[in-house]
Structure formats: structure tokens, C-alpha cells
Write a protein that binds this ligand. Structure first.
Ligand code: TXA
Ligand code: MG
Length: 326
């Protein structure tokens, strides 16, 4: 059931969360499937609804950084600086988990992912519920993340309470920085560029591969699996020239094909659907998952996507496209 996020609806959702039920909520990145992070039975419902393995840790959402000590111990200085710079906002920090807290949400890891979302509805819900919310993206395991309330309903049906806060402004999942290994490690690129993170925390970002063998014994991260975020159609990445060339050689036989590229190709056959890929990285991130869903809904068998520029601001979008194509 989709409810416009009125104060009454937010109060109803907060009560449902306190009672151990699931609620889908808007955030600035993507919609989340939320449960009280400290009720293990409620958290178990998230894993069951998503079909996600129970050892894949969830992100716990908090209303402000003052709640961090409820969940995490030994927060390094560079992590404090990242919170000060980017919270509330699309940044998740992996921190050492406080003993005995939110074990199921953390998938049994001794670390915990924390994020303070900026979306006003997420903020209002967190404050009304008065608890931290474990919330993965509100999609079935391995599928494209939802950026509208309707996308969530398409994934989970009408029984789920879905707070509608409009389309998500960022459109791709939060940047994840692991702060448990002595230096900041970028686990998942998002809308915040490396340069901004490095500038804010005063340290160079490491990549998971650059860490030593021991430190690399990283927890499972489903957002980092090679074939994540996949539409139903087969997705292929190519440059604009290759798309034109292949279209020309398909001629009139092309059908059931989706295109997400910058310019409308000159001859689109019947059964070829084109959606414009925005030329600015922020706008492209915002529309990426909706475009993949729309083309899927048209029943295309393949989606050809123009590979965006290899510049820092496109890192998050390129990352999601590469995983969707894997
Ligand atoms: O933008 C977002 O982060 C969205 C919205 C709803 O906040 N949430 C989201 O959650 O993308 P999810 O579950 O789809 O992805 C969470 C990612 C996964 O890759 C998970 O493995 C990783 O965070 N993660 C969570 N806790 C972790 C931990 N303790 N150590 C390592 N990775 C962790
Ligand atoms: Mg996800």
C-alpha cells in the first residue's frame, strides 16, 4: 500500500516499525526496506522478503551522528570528519560494531554499516520511530534498486506499507567507506567523488584490493558482487559509434531492443526503444534505475547502454552499469 508521506502516515509507519513490521521508506539515494535494527525477528523479515542470504550485512540508518555510539565503538578521527562533512547524506560508514547490538542486522559481522539519510521523510520517520532502521534497498536480491514508491510496489506487492516521498534525488546507492581498517577503504562508489572524500577526511582512499591479505578478509557485501543491480534484459555496454554501427547492421530486423544513450540514433526500427541518457552525471544517476526498469517493462531482450565518460564524477554510474552488465 502506497501512502503519501503525511504526518499521519509517518506516525502509522513509525508504530508499525516499533511493532516489528517492515516499512518501505524513501531516502535521497534509493528506497529502503526498513525494520527496527534492534529487533532480530523484524530484521529476519527483511532477509526473507528480499530473498537475501542472512550473512549479508544491512546498513543501519540513524537520525543523527549522536546515535553512532549506540551501534559503534572506536570511531576513528577520519570517520568523524566524514560524518561532519557528509551527514546527513548519501554516505555509509563501516565501523566496529558495539558488542551485543544489532547482530542480525550486521549479518553476524563484528562491524556495522551506519548511514544518516538526508531525505526529510526518512528523517521524520527515524525521529518518530525513535529507533535505528536496518534498511537495504527495497528490491529483490540481485535486482535493480527502486527509486520510486511504484518501483517498490512492483517488487513486494500491495501488502507492504510504502511511504511515498517522491522520486529519489540521487538515484544510486550511498557511497560506502570502510573505517575499520586503519585507513579509509572505498567499498562502493556513489555520488560523492573520491576527491571530496579524501579532502574531507585528510587521507587517501584505499581500494579493497590494495589492502594486505589479512585486512582483506572483508565481509560479504552484496552491493559489491560482480552481477548485482541486474535488469531482466541482458545489458551490454558500448560506445556511441558501436551502437550506431550495430543498429545499422540490424536494419529492419531489430526488435525487442532497448537503448540508453545520449543521442537519439538516426534510424530506430520498430521494437527499438530509446531513452535519453542525460549528459550530466548527477542526472544520469538519478534516472539510471528507472530507465532500466522502464525498458524491462517494455519486454526488451537486450539493453544497449552507452558507456559514460571515464571521469571521477561518473564513477558511481559506471560501477552500477558494469555490475548490471556482468
Ligand atoms: O543508499 C543506500 O545505501 C541504500 C539506502 C536504502 O540507504 N541502502 C542500500 O542497502 O544500498 P543494501 O543492503 O542494498 O546495500 C548495503 C551494502 C551491501 O553491499 C552490504 O554488504 C554493505 O552495504 N554493508 C553493510 N554492512 C556492512 C559491513 N558491516 N561490512 C561491509 N559491508 C557492509
Ligand atoms: Mg541493494
Amino acid at each position: 500500500m502506497i501512502l503519501p508521506a503525511s504526518p499521519a502516515a509517518i506516525e502509522q509507519a513509525a508504530q508499525a516499525l516499533r511493532a516489528g513490521e517492515l516499512v518501505a521508506l524513501p531516502t535521497e539515494t534509493v528506497y529502503g526496506l526498513g525494520a527496527d535494527a534492534c529487533q532480530d525477528a523484524a530484521v529476519a523479515r527483511i532477509f526473507a522478503a528480499k530473498g537475501r542470504p542472512a550473512d549479508h550485512p544491512l546498513i543501519v540508518h540513524v537520525a543523527s551522528s549522536s546515535q553512532v555510539p549506540d551501534y559503534a565503538d572506536q570511531v576513528p578521527d577520519f570517520a568523524q570528519r566524514l560524518m561532519a562533512a557528509f551527514w546527513p547524506g548519501p554516505l555509509t560508514l563501516i565501523l566496529p560494531r558495539r558488542q551485543g547490538v544489532a547482530a542480525a542486522a550486521a549479518g553476524g559481522q563484528n562491524s556495522i554499516g551506519l548511514r544518516c539519510p538526508s531525505h526529510p521523510v526518512a528523517q521524520a520517520l527515524l525521529r518518530a520511530a525513535g529507533v535505528g532502521l536496518a534498511a537495504p534497498s527495497a528490491n529483490q536480491f540481485g535486482r535493480v534498486s527502486p527509486t520510486t514508491a511504484a518501483h517498490v510496489e512492483a517488487e513486494f506487492g500491495k501488502d507492504l506499507l510504502i511511504l511515498d516521498g517522491g522520486p529519489c534525488a540521487v538515484g544510486i546507492e550511498s557511497t560506502i567507506v570502510d573505517c575499520t581498517r586503519g585507513a579509509p577503504v572505498l567499498l562502493r562508489p556513489g555520488s560523492i567523488t573520491r576527491a571530496r572524500i579524501e579532502q574531507a577526511c585528510g587521507q587517501l582512499l584505499r581500494s579493497p584490493e590494495s589492502m594486505t591479505q589479512v585486512a582483506q578478509a572483508a565481509p560479504r557485501a552484496s552491493g559489491t558482487l560482480a552481477s548485482h543491480y541486474a535488469p531482466r534484459a541482458k545489458l551490454r555496454l558500448m560506445d556511441a559509434g558501436e551502437i550506431e554501427q550495430r543498429l545499422a547492421s540490424l536494419g529492419v530486423h531489430a526488435s525487442n531492443l532497448g537503448l540508453w544513450c545520449r543521442h537519439r540514433p538516426t534510424d530506430l526500427g520498430a521494437g527499438v526503444y530509446w531513452l535519453a541518457q542525460p549528459s550530466a552525471s548527477e542526472a544520469a544517476a538519478q534516472s539510471l534505475f528507472a530507465a532500466l526498469r522502464e525498458l524491462d517493462a517494455r519486454g526488451v531482450q537486450q539493453i544497449w547502454v552507452e558507456l559514460p565518460p571515464d571521469t571521477p564524477d561518473w564513477e558511481g554510474v559506471r560501477d552500477r552499469l558494469k555490475r548490471a552488465a556482468a
